[in-house]
Each structure stands twice: as C-alpha cells, then as structure tokens.
Design a protein around this ligand. Structure first.
Ligand code: FAD
Length: 487
C-alpha cells in the first residue's frame, strides 16, 4: 500500500497543501465556534464543566492564602485550589466557592546542588524548575513529558512520566508545607505529620493548600535516541529484554497506531540510552522550546477530523521519529516535549484524555480485548502513547499496584449532553476491560467512570474519603471531583 512507501516530493506537496487548507478551516471554525464564559464562570482547559464560582483569587504571598482560609471559615465558603487547570473533571473548582489560583505563587526558593534538591513554591511550573537547575547540570527525577504543569497540580495527582527507573512523583518528594483547612501551616514529610504525606500527594487538593515543596533532583544526562518499529505482540518481550533489562536505557515512550488500517497493531518505540560517556553534556544542554507547532497542530487537526488524517499522521510520525535515531538529547530536553500543538479550542467539541494502567504481563491480551471492543464503537481516538510506571503504593490513591504500562489516550468528542453520554458509555466499557486485566485508570480526568469503577480501581477509596472528612470535617476544601465520588 501507498502508506508504506518513503515520502516523495509529491507526497510532501500534497501534505503541505492539505495542511494549509486545513489550517484555514481550523482558524474559521475556531472563530465561529468559540465558547465564551459568563461572568464568574470557570472551566478547566478541556472546557467540559463550566461552573459558576464566587471568585478566583491569586496571590504572591503566603498571607493571602492564610487570610482566604480564615475568611472561608468565618463565612462558610468552600475553597478549591488551582494550578494550570489541565485536570478535566472540575478538580480545581466548586460551584459558588472561591478558587485559590496558585500560579503567581511561583518562586524558586533554593537550589541545593550538593544535596541535589530544589525548594519551590507550588505555583511554579516544571519549566521554571528546569530553567533553575539546568545551569547546575541537574534535572528533575519524575515529571510529565511536558513541562507546562504546576508543581502543586503535579503533586496533587502524583504524576509519572518517561523515566523508567523511578516510579511516581511521590518517590521524589522530601517534604512540603501544607496550609490546612483550619488555617494552621504544617511541615509534612515521611516522618513529620506523616499521615498527611500519602493523602496530600495524589489528594486532588482536598486536604489544604500545598505551599512549597522540596524535591529530589538527579544529574542531567545525555541520551542517544533509539527508535524501533514492531508489532504489538513483540512489545512485551522487547520491553523486558531491551528496555527494562538494559541498564543503559533511562527513559522510554511507545506509540501504538489508531490509524484504521493497522488499528492497535503497529507500534514504534523511542528509547533514551545513556550516552554521557561519549560526548560532553554542555554541547547539548541548551533548553529547547516548542519548534514545530506550525506543522504538528494542523496535522493533529487532520487526524482529529479524518480517518485518512490518522493514517497520514502515523506515517509522518514514524518517519519523523525514525529520523531521530542516533540523535543526542539531554534529560532536561526530553522532558520539554512540545505542548502548544495540543491546545485546541472549539465550542462544539473537545479533546479529552484518558489514561489506563495495565500490568506489564497483560499487555497483549489487553490490546486484543480493547481492539475487539472498539471495533464496534464510534470513538474518535486520535492517538495513544504508552509509558511504563513502576509499582508504587505509597499514595493512598495509588494507580500503580503493580509494574504497569500506562496507556494515554487522546480522544475527541462533542460537548452536547448526548455526545458526552455516548463517549461516557464507551469509556466506561474501556475501563471495564482495564479492570478485568487488573488495571486501574487515572483520576484527573472527566467523571465518566462510575463510583463502583473507582472503588475497584482504587481499593483504598473509602479510606481516602474517610480521612478527608476526618482531617477536613467542615469540608472546607471542595471540588466537583469530590462531590461526584466522595460524598
Ligand atoms: C497534555 C497533557 C499531558 C499530560 N501528561 C501527563 C503525563 O505524562 N503524566 C502524568 O502523570 N499526567 C499527565 N497529565 C495529567 C496532568 O499531570 C494533571 O492534569 C496535572 O494535575 C496538571 O497540572 P496542573 O497544574 O494543570 O494542575 P490542576 O489541574 O490545576 O490541578 C490538579 C489538582 O491539583 C490540585 N492542586 C493544584 N495546586 C495545588 C496546590 N498548590 N495545593 C493543593 N492542591 C493543588 C487541584 O485542586 C486539583 O485537584 C497530562 C495532562 C495533559 C492535559
């Protein structure tokens, strides 16, 4: 078939024309379909749950947040905490409540190169941290692939990323200071006020405001990119031998196609192999920014709107990533993946995320079951990336009960009630399959899952919400996620 051929000039011309044409439609559609929020209405980046709040307050000083908690207690107002609002299920707001916007509370307080730690305020982003530590030859141990998120938001969902030698973010947190619902500020670590540690990390802002955090760092390193194309049934053994089994492989990301002709069969893998001894880090450690948005954004748009667009994007991605084979990249730059191309705004539909965790040894059977199920569903699945996350049950709401593959699904659905209900049914079906394979799902996304799916995926759900009510008896900290699953 055509799609397996190397790209020719004619293909490139066609692609460029298609991209330009699509970009024009995209811009017009953006202008005509934009959803405008009403006064005091707030929503998360995916725009799934516009909600009226009393107000949004930000602050650069700790005292602002202390005063707000006092005011909320005196006047019985609910509080929510927000970072960049990339969570998608109303985790950062509650109807008629006050939202504490942490984004301007973002100072880097101290970099300690000797002990390899950083102390930061919770509104700082990973980008802020990378800029602060890169000059010392240091890097973050665990974070998302993109660096746009706040530290408070990342701790509160207990994120994970491409590093295969460290598990979830909780592993790398030394301590943090917490502004509790009663207005007291405490230091929390594995030994001090330790009951808060596994609740607040992965606690979705329900136990108070994380003010500042000390995180462990590691050496920035130079990696050689190694790419491999394979069929899904080869992946499990490839991962065991060539990735986990090779101590030089430090980071890993896999992709499996959603293009109709090879749906959930063809994969390609990007591994980051230690190359520190071959070349000097300083020659490569300039921090990179978003470079290819002009092409990646319309390409993603084509695959959102057309099946042939999915095939085209998959083939171009394969080509692009295999061209990277042998390139050298620093650890910090691996964790500065492009993000602007993911920004999508249209009043009629939205790009939403799902993430499912499945034990490593279930991979083949899981993919077979998912493929069979999705064959009869009308789900617009744009792409899937796969990460590895090591078993870690430190957080009460831990998603990695085992060594897991994490499937990140980007999909698009309409915003009408009917469209959301349709997507919800399919997503609940995918979650059922995930649970049948002893898996779990990630909690920062929209409330498609049922309560019973949550308790199956998270056996300590009851304990978590019981502790919430014990440590915050007035339910001062509220969000729509807690309203849906915890009350
Ligand atoms: C494009 C994209 C890629 C992603 N990739 C990954 C990935 O690779 N790995 C991964 O694990 N996740 C990933 N995610 C999920 C992402 O990590 C979470 O949604 C994360 O919470 C986003 O950070 P934020 O600053 O937007 O947090 P927000 O959405 O603003 O907040 C998230 C939660 O944290 C709470 N919170 C925020 N700040 C504080 C604070 N200071 N004190 C107490 N509570 C607080 C909020 O109340 C809320 O419950 C991705 C999401 C997107 C949209």
């Amino acid at each position: 078939m055509k799609i397996n051929r190397t790209l020719t000039k004619r293909h490139l011309l066609f692609v460029t024309a298609a991209v330009l044409l699509y970009a024009s439609f995209f811009t017009l559609s953006y202008i005509f379909n934009q959803h405008r929020l009403e006064e005091n209405e707030i929503t998360d980046v995916a725009r799934l749950m516009p909600t009226k709040v009393k107000r949004v307050t930000s602050g650069e000083e700790e005292q602002t947040f202390v005063d707000l908690v006092k005011e909320a207690n005196e006047q019985d107002i609910k509080l929510s905490v927000a970072g960049k609002r990339h969570s998608q299920g109303g985790h950062t707001y509650y109807r008629d409540g006050i939202v504490l916007d942490m984004n301007s509370y973002n100072k880097i307080l101290k970099v300690d190169p000797e002990n390899k730690t950083i102390h930061v305020q919770s509104g700082a982003t990973w980008d802020d941290i990378q800029k602060a530590v890169n000059p010392y030859g240091l890097a973050v141990k665990v974070m998302q692939s993109q660096n746009i998120f706040t530290i408070g938001g990342s701790l509160s969902v207990n994120v994970h990323g491409r590093d295969i030698r460290h598990g979830s973010l909780i592993e790398t947190v030394n301590w943090f200071r917490l502004l509790k619902p009663d207005g007291e500020i405490i230091k929390v670590s594995r030994t001090e006020n330790s009951e808060y540690f596994p609740l607040v990390i992965g606690g979705y802002g329900l136990f108070g405001v994380i003010l500042d955090v000390e995180l462990q760092l590691t050496e920035d390193e130079l990696y050689e990119i190694r790419t491999t194309k394979l069929n899904y049934d080869e992946y499990e053994s490839f991962f065991a031998e060539k990735v986990k089994g090779d101590e030089n492989v430090k980071m890993h990301l896999a992709r499996i196609t959603t293009a109709p002709d090879k749906f959930l069969t063809e994969m390609y893998i990007t591994d980051y192999v230690d190359a520190s001894s071959n070349e000097s880090l300083e020659d490569y450690n300039e921090l990179k920014g978003d470079e290819g948005t002009w092409i990646t954004k319309p390409m993603l748009g084509l695959s959102r709107d057309f099946d042939w667009g999915k095939t085209l994007l998959w083939n171009l991605q394969k080509k692009y990533f295999s061209n990277q084979d042998g390139e050298l990249v620093t650890r910090n730059n691996v964790m500065r993946s492009e993000s602007a191309f993911l920004e999508y705004e249209n009043g009629k539909d939205s790009d939403v995320l799902q993430e499912y965790f499945v034990p490593v040894n279930e991979f083949d059977e899981y993919i077979d079951d998912l493929r069979a199920f999705l064959k009869d569903e009308e789900l617009n699945l744009i792409n899937i990336t796969i990460r590895y996350v090591e078993k870690n049950e430190d957080a009460v709401l831990s998603y990695s009960k085992d060594d897991m593959f994490a499937f990140v699904l980007l999909l698009n659905h309409g915003l009408s009630e009917e469209d959301v209900a349709k997507a919800e049914k399919t997503i609940q079906g995918m979650i059922d399959i995930t649970l049948q394979h002893d898996g779990s799902y990630y909690l920062p996304y929209y409330s498609y899952p049922t309560k019973s799916q949550m308790t199956t995926a998270y056996p300590k759900t009851e304990e978590f919400f019981k502790m919430k009510r014990l440590l915050d008896p007035e339910e001062r900290f509220m969000n729509e996620f807690y309203e849906e699953y915890g009350r």
